[in-house]
Ligand binder design. Structure first.
Ligand SMILES: Cc1cc2nc3c(=O)[nH]c(=O)nc-3n(C[C@H](O)[C@H](O)[C@H](O)COP(=O)(O)OP(=O)(O)OC[C@H]3O[C@@H](n4cnc5c(N)ncnc54)[C@H](O)[C@@H]3O)c2cc1C
Length: 308
């Protein structure tokens, strides 16, 4: 029977730190593999890190790009296939065949899902319309745009408050709007933010809209008690968490309530020879080290649970 796919020991979907580490360990273990990434270059969230990375042991990187260059260097000595620009839109878990939007197909004895997470969106009027015209993509990268400006940051976790610290060093004022009464950010960030005289924390308030004409000029918020107010703003940064990239496997693999893939200690999912690694299966500790670590565990476990 003729097929339109090439078969590998391991098919890896997602070229972030987890997927890259999986490709490395396939090389080390002598498994044939393909690393599939929908963007033209690998790296995943590393491309969005514009701050120094100080918590990946053994490496102090000025930013995600620098760490990515080190990862790429480690992979250069290994033989495996790369499929850049392949957005996987179809997955056959039974046959272990995946297909990309542009018609490429890859089959594996094992599939590794390393599709990571994406930023949650607010879904309010103005959010898309003003992207790049006041709605920021990165606080760290665009910090200088904030000089002398009024910035609103939406969210209550680490990302929101770390950005409040960064941007309050440049902006005239920073207002953090959070829907709950208390913040989930680590104390270290919250304590420092409270010491900044140009940062105001507005709690128990939801965003109704981001407003403006040519560019953002204000946001409208509604408090949980129902009162609405409009806050002048030149820049808005939305940091309200992430959601796992699991559209491919929804209803096909066991997930938790938030959509994260449920795995055992080896990264095994609810289906034989289908693994999930990195952030897509790790709501508790999504980091570069856990991503690369879960990858090595999954690939090494193939030695004791042989690929069939
Ligand atoms: C601003 C920022 C700062 C951070 N700082 C740190 C830090 O200091 N220390 C730290 O440890 N961690 C940090 N992180 C988190 C860290 O980057 C992530 O934990 C890590 O990148 C997770 O790796 P991953 O491979 O699981 O997922 P990702 O990096 O999300 O990679 C997933 C990849 O899969 C691809 N993909 C998704 N769906 C498909 C599909 N259908 N077909 C093909 N490809 C697909 C995506 O394009 C992406 O390239 C930070 C993250 C951000 C955003």
């Amino acid at each position: 029977m003729s097929t339109d796919w090439k078969k590998y020991d391991v098919v890896i979907i997602g070229g972030g730190p987890a997927g890259m580490s999986a490709a490395l360990w396939c090389g080390e273990m002598g498994f044939s593999s393909v690393l599939i990434e929908r963007e033209l270059a690998p790296g995943g969230q590393l491309a969005a890190i514009h701050n120094p990375i100080t918590n990946y042991i053994g490496v102090n990187a000025a930013n995600g790009g620098e760490l990515l260059a080190r990862f790429t260097e480690s992979l250069d000595r290994l033989t495996f296939e790369r499929a850049p620009g392949a957005d996987i839109t179809d997955i056959d878990l039974e046959g272990k065949i995946v297909r990309s939007a542009d018609g490429r197909a890859f089959a594996g004895r094992s599939l590794i899902i390393a599709t990571g997470v994406r930023r949650r969106i607010l879904g309010v009027p103005g959010e898309n319309e003003f992207r790049g015209r006041g709605v920021m993509t990165s606080g760290a990268k665009e910090r200088e745009l904030a000089a002398g400006k009024a910035v609103v940051i939406i969210g209550g976790g680490d990302a929101a408050l770390e950005n409040a610290l960064i941007l309050s060093g440049y902006a005239e004022r920073v207002i953090v709007v959070h829907r709950r009464a208390s913040f989930s950010a680590r104390d270290e960030f919250l304590d420092q933010v409270k010491l900044r005289s140009n940062v105001l924390l507005v709690t128990e308030s939801n965003i109704v809209s981001i407003n403006g004409h040519e560019a953002v000029d204000s946001i409208t918020v509604r408090s949980t008690s129902g009162s609405e107010m409009t806050i002048p703003a030149d820049l808005v940064l939305i940091r309200i968490g992430v959601i796992p990239n699991t559209d491919l496997i929804t209803g096909k693999l066991a997930t938790d309530q938030a959509g994260y893939i449920i795995v055992d200690a080896c990264g095994r999912t609810s289906r034989t020879n289908i693994f999930a690694i990195g952030d897509v299966a790790n709501p508790l500790a999504p980091t570069i080290s856990t991503a690369v670590g879960t990858a090595s565990t999954a690939i090494k476990s193939l030695l004791t649970n042989p690929i069939n």
